[in-house]
Design a binder for this molecule. Sequence first.
Ligand SMILES: Cc1cc2nc3c(=O)[nH]c(=O)nc-3n(C[C@H](O)[C@H](O)[C@H](O)COP(=O)(O)OP(=O)(O)OC[C@H]3O[C@@H](n4cnc5c(N)ncnc54)[C@H](O)[C@@H]3O)c2cc1C
Length: 391
Amino acid sequence: MAIVSALTGPSRDFLDWPFFDGSHKALAEKLDDFATSGALADIDHADTDKACRRLVKSLGEAGLLDAATGAGGEQPIDSRAACLTRETLAWHDGLADFAFAMQGLGTGAIGLSGSEELRRTVLPKARSGEWIAAFALSEKDAGSDVAAMACAARRDGEHYVLDGNKTWISNGGIADVYTVFARTGEAPGTRGISAFVVFADDPGFSITERIDVIAPHPLATIRFDNCRIPASRLLGTPGEGFKIAMRTLDIFRASVAAASLGFAKRALDEAIAHARSRKIFGNTLSDLQLTQAALGDMAAEIDAASLLTYRAAWRRDVQGLPTTKEAAMAKMVATENAQKVIDRAVQMFGGRGVRVGEITESLYREIRALRIYEGATEVQKLIIARELLKA
Ligand SMILES: Cc1cc2nc3c(=O)[nH]c(=O)nc-3n(C[C@H](O)[C@H](O)[C@H](O)COP(=O)(O)OP(=O)(O)OC[C@H]3O[C@@H](n4cnc5c(N)ncnc54)[C@H](O)[C@@H]3O)c2cc1C
Protein backbone atom coordinates (compact mmCIF):
# COMPACT_ATOMS: atom_id res chain seq x y z
CA MET A 1 0.00 0.00 0.00
CA ALA A 2 1.32 3.48 -0.88
CA ILE A 3 2.37 5.57 2.11
CA VAL A 4 0.46 8.81 2.66
CA SER A 5 2.73 11.81 3.34
CA ALA A 6 3.10 15.40 2.18
CA LEU A 7 6.79 15.69 3.12
CA THR A 8 9.43 15.67 0.39
CA GLY A 9 12.85 15.31 2.06
CA PRO A 10 14.95 15.54 5.21
CA SER A 11 16.47 18.68 6.73
CA ARG A 12 20.17 19.21 5.94
CA ASP A 13 20.93 21.62 8.83
CA PHE A 14 23.21 19.13 10.58
CA LEU A 15 25.67 19.18 7.67
CA ASP A 16 27.07 22.39 9.20
CA TRP A 17 28.48 20.32 12.07
CA PRO A 18 32.29 20.12 12.01
CA PHE A 19 32.21 16.38 11.28
CA PHE A 20 31.44 17.02 7.61
CA ASP A 21 33.31 18.48 4.65
CA GLY A 22 32.29 19.67 1.17
CA SER A 23 32.14 16.12 -0.19
CA HIS A 24 29.33 15.29 2.25
CA LYS A 25 27.33 18.34 1.25
CA ALA A 26 27.73 17.34 -2.41
CA LEU A 27 26.66 13.80 -1.56
CA ALA A 28 23.58 15.10 0.27
CA GLU A 29 22.58 17.01 -2.88
CA LYS A 30 23.11 13.91 -4.99
CA LEU A 31 20.97 11.88 -2.60
CA ASP A 32 18.22 14.48 -2.64
CA ASP A 33 18.29 14.52 -6.46
CA PHE A 34 18.09 10.72 -6.47
CA ALA A 35 15.09 10.82 -4.15
CA THR A 36 13.26 13.39 -6.25
CA SER A 37 14.10 11.56 -9.52
CA GLY A 38 11.37 9.02 -8.75
CA ALA A 39 13.81 6.18 -7.98
CA LEU A 40 12.29 5.84 -4.51
CA ALA A 41 8.67 6.14 -5.61
CA ASP A 42 6.36 3.14 -5.79
CA ILE A 43 8.69 0.69 -4.06
CA ASP A 44 6.74 -2.55 -3.92
CA HIS A 45 7.05 -3.85 -0.35
CA ALA A 46 4.91 -6.84 -1.30
CA ASP A 47 7.63 -8.15 -3.65
CA THR A 48 10.84 -7.34 -1.82
CA ASP A 49 13.05 -9.51 -4.06
CA LYS A 50 12.06 -7.55 -7.15
CA ALA A 51 12.11 -4.22 -5.31
CA CYS A 52 15.61 -4.83 -3.90
CA ARG A 53 17.01 -5.90 -7.26
CA ARG A 54 15.63 -2.70 -8.79
CA LEU A 55 16.87 -0.54 -5.92
CA VAL A 56 20.41 -1.97 -5.98
CA LYS A 57 20.55 -1.41 -9.72
CA SER A 58 19.31 2.17 -9.55
CA LEU A 59 21.59 3.00 -6.58
CA GLY A 60 24.52 1.59 -8.57
CA GLU A 61 23.62 3.53 -11.70
CA ALA A 62 23.41 6.75 -9.69
CA GLY A 63 26.90 6.12 -8.25
CA LEU A 64 25.46 5.90 -4.74
CA LEU A 65 26.94 2.49 -3.95
CA ASP A 66 30.39 4.10 -3.86
CA ALA A 67 29.76 4.94 -0.22
CA ALA A 68 28.93 1.29 0.58
CA THR A 69 31.80 -0.31 -1.31
CA GLY A 70 34.63 2.24 -1.03
CA ALA A 71 34.14 3.10 -4.73
CA GLY A 72 34.35 -0.58 -5.63
CA GLY A 73 37.52 -1.08 -3.57
CA GLU A 74 39.37 1.93 -4.97
CA GLN A 75 39.15 3.94 -1.73
CA PRO A 76 38.66 3.23 1.96
CA ILE A 77 35.00 3.36 3.00
CA ASP A 78 34.07 6.88 4.14
CA SER A 79 31.90 6.16 7.17
CA ARG A 80 30.30 9.60 7.15
CA ALA A 81 29.24 9.13 3.53
CA ALA A 82 27.82 5.67 4.33
CA CYS A 83 25.95 7.10 7.35
CA LEU A 84 24.63 10.09 5.43
CA THR A 85 23.40 7.80 2.66
CA ARG A 86 21.68 5.40 5.06
CA GLU A 87 20.12 8.24 7.03
CA THR A 88 18.72 9.80 3.86
CA LEU A 89 17.47 6.58 2.31
CA ALA A 90 15.88 5.46 5.59
CA TRP A 91 14.08 8.81 5.83
CA HIS A 92 12.50 7.99 2.46
CA ASP A 93 12.09 4.20 2.57
CA GLY A 94 13.41 1.35 4.74
CA LEU A 95 13.89 -1.01 1.82
CA ALA A 96 16.05 1.49 -0.04
CA ASP A 97 18.24 1.82 3.04
CA PHE A 98 18.41 -1.98 3.32
CA ALA A 99 19.42 -2.39 -0.34
CA PHE A 100 22.27 0.09 0.11
CA ALA A 101 23.41 -1.23 3.50
CA MET A 102 23.75 -4.85 2.43
CA GLN A 103 26.03 -3.99 -0.51
CA GLY A 104 28.38 -2.63 2.15
CA LEU A 105 27.98 -5.24 4.88
CA GLY A 106 28.07 -8.05 2.32
CA THR A 107 31.36 -6.93 0.77
CA GLY A 108 33.04 -5.06 3.67
CA ALA A 109 35.14 -8.06 4.70
CA ILE A 110 36.32 -8.53 1.10
CA GLY A 111 37.44 -4.90 1.01
CA LEU A 112 39.26 -5.30 4.32
CA SER A 113 40.85 -8.74 3.90
CA GLY A 114 40.24 -10.10 0.39
CA SER A 115 43.00 -10.97 -2.06
CA GLU A 116 43.54 -8.56 -4.94
CA GLU A 117 41.79 -11.04 -7.24
CA LEU A 118 38.71 -11.31 -4.99
CA ARG A 119 38.55 -7.57 -4.56
CA ARG A 120 38.76 -7.06 -8.33
CA THR A 121 36.13 -9.76 -9.00
CA VAL A 122 33.52 -8.70 -6.46
CA LEU A 123 33.81 -5.05 -5.44
CA PRO A 124 33.30 -3.33 -8.84
CA LYS A 125 30.21 -5.48 -9.48
CA ALA A 126 28.82 -4.68 -6.03
CA ARG A 127 29.53 -1.02 -6.69
CA SER A 128 27.68 -0.98 -10.01
CA GLY A 129 24.73 -2.91 -8.59
CA GLU A 130 25.30 -5.81 -10.98
CA TRP A 131 25.86 -8.21 -8.07
CA ILE A 132 23.91 -8.32 -4.81
CA ALA A 133 25.84 -9.12 -1.62
CA ALA A 134 25.10 -10.83 1.73
CA PHE A 135 26.84 -11.37 5.08
CA ALA A 136 26.38 -14.82 6.65
CA LEU A 137 27.48 -15.01 10.28
CA SER A 138 24.40 -16.01 12.32
CA GLU A 139 23.10 -19.51 12.90
CA LYS A 140 20.04 -20.88 14.68
CA ASP A 141 22.04 -21.49 17.86
CA ALA A 142 24.75 -18.90 17.32
CA GLY A 143 23.47 -15.31 17.18
CA SER A 144 24.91 -13.16 19.97
CA ASP A 145 27.00 -16.20 20.93
CA VAL A 146 29.17 -16.35 17.81
CA ALA A 147 31.52 -18.83 19.48
CA ALA A 148 28.73 -21.45 19.32
CA MET A 149 29.01 -21.46 15.51
CA ALA A 150 28.67 -24.97 14.06
CA CYS A 151 28.91 -24.40 10.29
CA ALA A 152 32.32 -25.84 9.38
CA ALA A 153 34.90 -25.58 6.61
CA ARG A 154 37.64 -28.18 6.13
CA ARG A 155 40.68 -27.83 3.92
CA ASP A 156 40.91 -30.40 1.13
CA GLY A 157 43.95 -29.80 -1.07
CA GLU A 158 43.41 -26.59 -3.02
CA HIS A 159 39.82 -26.31 -1.78
CA TYR A 160 37.74 -25.72 1.31
CA VAL A 161 34.59 -27.77 1.82
CA LEU A 162 31.75 -26.09 3.74
CA ASP A 163 28.99 -27.92 5.61
CA GLY A 164 26.23 -26.46 7.77
CA ASN A 165 23.53 -23.79 7.92
CA LYS A 166 23.26 -20.05 8.38
CA THR A 167 20.06 -18.25 9.18
CA TRP A 168 18.66 -14.69 9.26
CA ILE A 169 20.73 -13.97 6.16
CA SER A 170 19.62 -10.68 4.65
CA ASN A 171 19.52 -10.82 0.84
CA GLY A 172 19.48 -14.62 1.18
CA GLY A 173 17.72 -15.83 -1.95
CA ILE A 174 18.69 -12.90 -4.17
CA ALA A 175 22.39 -12.42 -3.41
CA ASP A 176 25.06 -13.36 -5.93
CA VAL A 177 27.90 -13.30 -3.41
CA TYR A 178 28.00 -14.23 0.29
CA THR A 179 30.68 -13.50 2.89
CA VAL A 180 30.46 -16.64 5.02
CA PHE A 181 31.98 -17.37 8.42
CA ALA A 182 32.68 -21.01 9.26
CA ARG A 183 34.52 -23.01 11.89
CA THR A 184 37.96 -24.15 10.74
CA GLY A 185 39.12 -25.26 14.18
CA GLU A 186 42.54 -23.61 14.62
CA ALA A 187 41.57 -22.94 18.26
CA PRO A 188 38.43 -23.24 20.39
CA GLY A 189 35.65 -20.62 20.26
CA THR A 190 35.96 -17.48 18.20
CA ARG A 191 39.66 -18.08 17.43
CA GLY A 192 38.79 -21.08 15.27
CA ILE A 193 36.58 -19.32 12.73
CA SER A 194 37.53 -18.28 9.18
CA ALA A 195 35.87 -16.10 6.56
CA PHE A 196 35.14 -17.12 2.97
CA VAL A 197 33.53 -15.84 -0.20
CA VAL A 198 30.81 -18.12 -1.58
CA PHE A 199 28.95 -17.52 -4.83
CA ALA A 200 25.27 -18.40 -5.17
CA ASP A 201 26.06 -20.83 -7.99
CA ASP A 202 28.74 -22.75 -6.08
CA PRO A 203 27.85 -26.47 -5.98
CA GLY A 204 26.37 -27.49 -2.60
CA PHE A 205 25.00 -24.03 -1.79
CA SER A 206 21.23 -23.74 -1.40
CA ILE A 207 18.43 -21.67 0.11
CA THR A 208 16.39 -23.86 2.45
CA GLU A 209 13.86 -21.38 3.82
CA ARG A 210 12.68 -17.84 3.20
CA ILE A 211 11.87 -15.88 6.38
CA ASP A 212 9.13 -13.26 6.78
CA VAL A 213 9.69 -10.46 9.28
CA ILE A 214 7.83 -7.43 10.62
CA ALA A 215 9.34 -5.12 7.98
CA PRO A 216 9.79 -7.50 5.05
CA HIS A 217 13.06 -7.73 3.16
CA PRO A 218 14.79 -10.66 1.44
CA LEU A 219 15.84 -12.97 4.29
CA ALA A 220 16.68 -16.65 4.29
CA THR A 221 18.24 -19.70 5.84
CA ILE A 222 21.06 -20.97 3.65
CA ARG A 223 22.73 -24.36 3.55
CA PHE A 224 26.17 -25.66 2.61
CA ASP A 225 26.19 -29.31 1.70
CA ASN A 226 29.66 -30.48 0.75
CA CYS A 227 30.09 -27.02 -0.80
CA ARG A 228 33.53 -27.01 -2.42
CA ILE A 229 35.19 -23.66 -3.07
CA PRO A 230 38.76 -22.75 -4.12
CA ALA A 231 41.09 -22.10 -1.17
CA SER A 232 41.76 -18.67 -2.70
CA ARG A 233 38.27 -17.65 -1.49
CA LEU A 234 39.56 -17.53 2.10
CA LEU A 235 39.59 -13.98 3.50
CA GLY A 236 42.69 -13.13 5.55
CA THR A 237 44.31 -16.10 7.28
CA PRO A 238 42.78 -19.28 8.77
CA GLY A 239 41.31 -18.54 12.22
CA GLU A 240 41.05 -14.80 11.55
CA GLY A 241 37.35 -14.87 10.67
CA PHE A 242 35.93 -13.54 13.93
CA LYS A 243 38.31 -10.57 13.90
CA ILE A 244 37.34 -9.87 10.29
CA ALA A 245 33.64 -10.03 11.19
CA MET A 246 34.13 -7.63 14.11
CA ARG A 247 36.20 -5.20 12.02
CA THR A 248 33.45 -5.22 9.39
CA LEU A 249 30.76 -4.66 12.02
CA ASP A 250 32.78 -1.84 13.59
CA ILE A 251 32.41 0.02 10.30
CA PHE A 252 28.77 -0.77 9.61
CA ARG A 253 27.36 -0.51 13.14
CA ALA A 254 27.58 3.27 12.99
CA SER A 255 25.59 3.06 9.76
CA VAL A 256 22.82 1.10 11.53
CA ALA A 257 22.69 4.05 13.93
CA ALA A 258 22.40 6.36 10.92
CA ALA A 259 19.49 4.38 9.48
CA SER A 260 17.74 4.72 12.85
CA LEU A 261 18.30 8.46 12.63
CA GLY A 262 16.61 8.53 9.25
CA PHE A 263 13.56 6.70 10.59
CA ALA A 264 13.44 8.86 13.74
CA LYS A 265 13.81 12.15 11.86
CA ARG A 266 11.04 11.15 9.48
CA ALA A 267 8.82 10.36 12.50
CA LEU A 268 9.58 13.76 14.04
CA ASP A 269 8.98 15.60 10.76
CA GLU A 270 5.67 13.81 10.32
CA ALA A 271 4.71 14.43 13.96
CA ILE A 272 5.38 18.18 13.63
CA ALA A 273 3.33 18.40 10.42
CA HIS A 274 0.50 16.44 12.00
CA ALA A 275 0.54 18.40 15.29
CA ARG A 276 0.37 21.69 13.37
CA SER A 277 -2.65 20.64 11.34
CA ARG A 278 -4.71 18.40 13.66
CA LYS A 279 -7.65 20.33 15.10
CA ILE A 280 -8.38 19.42 18.70
CA PHE A 281 -10.27 21.10 21.58
CA GLY A 282 -10.84 24.19 19.41
CA ASN A 283 -7.12 24.57 18.71
CA THR A 284 -4.37 22.50 17.15
CA LEU A 285 -2.52 19.56 18.69
CA SER A 286 0.70 21.61 18.63
CA ASP A 287 -0.85 24.19 20.99
CA LEU A 288 -1.06 21.59 23.77
CA GLN A 289 1.88 21.57 26.14
CA LEU A 290 1.99 17.78 26.39
CA THR A 291 2.51 17.70 22.62
CA GLN A 292 5.27 20.30 22.89
CA ALA A 293 6.94 18.26 25.63
CA ALA A 294 6.85 15.16 23.42
CA LEU A 295 8.36 17.09 20.49
CA GLY A 296 11.08 18.48 22.76
CA ASP A 297 12.00 14.98 23.93
CA MET A 298 12.00 13.63 20.38
CA ALA A 299 14.25 16.37 19.00
CA ALA A 300 16.77 16.07 21.84
CA GLU A 301 16.89 12.27 21.56
CA ILE A 302 17.52 12.54 17.84
CA ASP A 303 20.32 15.10 18.18
CA ALA A 304 22.00 13.08 20.97
CA ALA A 305 21.94 10.00 18.73
CA SER A 306 23.08 11.99 15.72
CA LEU A 307 26.10 13.43 17.55
CA LEU A 308 27.16 9.95 18.69
CA THR A 309 26.70 8.53 15.20
CA TYR A 310 28.71 11.13 13.33
CA ARG A 311 31.30 11.27 16.12
CA ALA A 312 31.95 7.55 15.56
CA ALA A 313 32.10 7.98 11.78
CA TRP A 314 34.35 11.08 11.97
CA ARG A 315 36.69 9.43 14.46
CA ARG A 316 37.20 6.53 12.05
CA ASP A 317 37.47 8.62 8.86
CA VAL A 318 39.43 11.64 10.06
CA GLN A 319 41.25 10.54 13.19
CA GLY A 320 41.88 7.02 11.95
CA LEU A 321 41.23 5.68 15.45
CA PRO A 322 39.46 2.47 16.52
CA THR A 323 35.73 2.99 16.95
CA THR A 324 34.57 -0.19 18.68
CA LYS A 325 33.23 1.68 21.72
CA GLU A 326 32.00 4.73 19.81
CA ALA A 327 30.16 2.68 17.16
CA ALA A 328 28.55 0.51 19.87
CA MET A 329 27.40 3.63 21.74
CA ALA A 330 26.00 5.12 18.55
CA LYS A 331 24.16 1.95 17.58
CA MET A 332 22.72 1.41 21.04
CA VAL A 333 21.56 4.98 21.63
CA ALA A 334 20.35 5.70 18.09
CA THR A 335 18.28 2.53 17.72
CA GLU A 336 16.76 2.76 21.21
CA ASN A 337 16.05 6.50 20.88
CA ALA A 338 14.52 6.01 17.44
CA GLN A 339 12.15 3.41 18.83
CA LYS A 340 11.00 5.92 21.49
CA VAL A 341 10.70 8.77 18.99
CA ILE A 342 8.66 6.69 16.56
CA ASP A 343 6.42 5.39 19.33
CA ARG A 344 5.66 8.98 20.35
CA ALA A 345 4.87 9.88 16.74
CA VAL A 346 2.47 6.93 16.53
CA GLN A 347 0.81 8.13 19.75
CA MET A 348 0.49 11.68 18.44
CA PHE A 349 -1.24 10.44 15.30
CA GLY A 350 -3.90 8.73 17.43
CA GLY A 351 -5.80 5.99 15.58
CA ARG A 352 -4.21 7.02 12.29
CA GLY A 353 -0.83 6.16 13.81
CA VAL A 354 -1.40 2.41 13.59
CA ARG A 355 -3.35 2.32 10.35
CA VAL A 356 -1.74 0.31 7.57
CA GLY A 357 -0.56 2.71 4.86
CA GLU A 358 0.33 5.49 7.31
CA ILE A 359 4.01 6.39 7.52
CA THR A 360 4.00 6.03 11.33
CA GLU A 361 2.81 2.43 11.08
CA SER A 362 5.54 1.64 8.60
CA LEU A 363 8.26 3.35 10.69
CA TYR A 364 7.08 1.48 13.79
CA ARG A 365 7.73 -1.81 11.99
CA GLU A 366 10.92 -0.68 10.26
CA ILE A 367 12.80 0.32 13.41
CA ARG A 368 12.26 -2.79 15.49
CA ALA A 369 14.85 -5.18 14.03
CA LEU A 370 17.63 -2.57 14.18
CA ARG A 371 17.73 -3.02 17.97
CA ILE A 372 18.49 -6.71 17.40
CA TYR A 373 20.74 -7.21 14.38
CA GLU A 374 24.47 -6.45 14.08
CA GLY A 375 24.62 -6.97 17.85
CA ALA A 376 21.53 -6.47 20.01
CA THR A 377 21.41 -3.57 22.47
CA GLU A 378 22.45 -5.84 25.36
CA VAL A 379 25.51 -6.89 23.39
CA GLN A 380 26.42 -3.26 22.65
CA LYS A 381 26.33 -2.52 26.39
CA LEU A 382 28.79 -5.35 26.99
CA ILE A 383 31.07 -4.14 24.19
CA ILE A 384 31.13 -0.63 25.68
CA ALA A 385 31.83 -1.96 29.18
CA ARG A 386 34.59 -4.24 27.91
CA GLU A 387 36.31 -1.30 26.21
CA LEU A 388 35.98 0.81 29.38
CA LEU A 389 37.38 -1.89 31.63
CA LYS A 390 40.23 -2.62 29.24
CA ALA A 391 41.52 0.94 29.43
C1 LIG B 1 15.78 -8.68 10.29
C2 LIG B 1 17.08 -9.35 10.63
C3 LIG B 1 18.11 -9.37 9.71
C4 LIG B 1 19.30 -10.04 10.00
N1 LIG B 1 20.29 -10.09 9.06
C5 LIG B 1 21.41 -10.82 9.32
C6 LIG B 1 22.42 -10.98 8.31
O1 LIG B 1 22.32 -10.45 7.19
N2 LIG B 1 23.49 -11.76 8.59
C7 LIG B 1 23.65 -12.37 9.78
O2 LIG B 1 24.65 -13.06 9.97
N3 LIG B 1 22.72 -12.24 10.77
C8 LIG B 1 21.61 -11.48 10.56
N4 LIG B 1 20.64 -11.35 11.54
C9 LIG B 1 20.81 -12.07 12.79
C10 LIG B 1 21.10 -11.14 13.96
O3 LIG B 1 22.40 -10.64 13.90
C11 LIG B 1 20.80 -11.94 15.26
O4 LIG B 1 19.39 -12.09 15.31
C12 LIG B 1 21.32 -11.23 16.48
O5 LIG B 1 22.72 -11.28 16.52
C13 LIG B 1 20.75 -11.87 17.76
O6 LIG B 1 20.95 -13.25 17.74
P1 LIG B 1 19.74 -14.25 18.06
O7 LIG B 1 18.60 -13.90 17.18
O8 LIG B 1 20.27 -15.63 17.97
O9 LIG B 1 19.30 -13.92 19.53
P2 LIG B 1 20.08 -14.40 20.86
O10 LIG B 1 21.54 -14.30 20.65
O11 LIG B 1 19.50 -15.69 21.28
O12 LIG B 1 19.65 -13.26 21.87
C14 LIG B 1 18.40 -13.29 22.58
C15 LIG B 1 18.43 -12.16 23.59
O13 LIG B 1 19.50 -12.34 24.50
C16 LIG B 1 20.17 -11.12 24.67
N5 LIG B 1 21.55 -11.32 25.12
C17 LIG B 1 22.64 -11.59 24.38
N6 LIG B 1 23.73 -11.64 25.16
C18 LIG B 1 23.29 -11.41 26.44
C19 LIG B 1 23.94 -11.35 27.70
N7 LIG B 1 25.24 -11.54 27.81
N8 LIG B 1 23.17 -11.11 28.79
C20 LIG B 1 21.83 -10.94 28.69
N9 LIG B 1 21.18 -10.97 27.51
C21 LIG B 1 21.90 -11.20 26.40
C22 LIG B 1 20.11 -10.49 23.30
O14 LIG B 1 20.39 -9.11 23.36
C23 LIG B 1 18.66 -10.77 22.94
O15 LIG B 1 17.84 -9.80 23.52
C24 LIG B 1 19.46 -10.66 11.26
C25 LIG B 1 18.42 -10.63 12.19
C26 LIG B 1 17.23 -9.99 11.89
C27 LIG B 1 16.13 -9.98 12.91
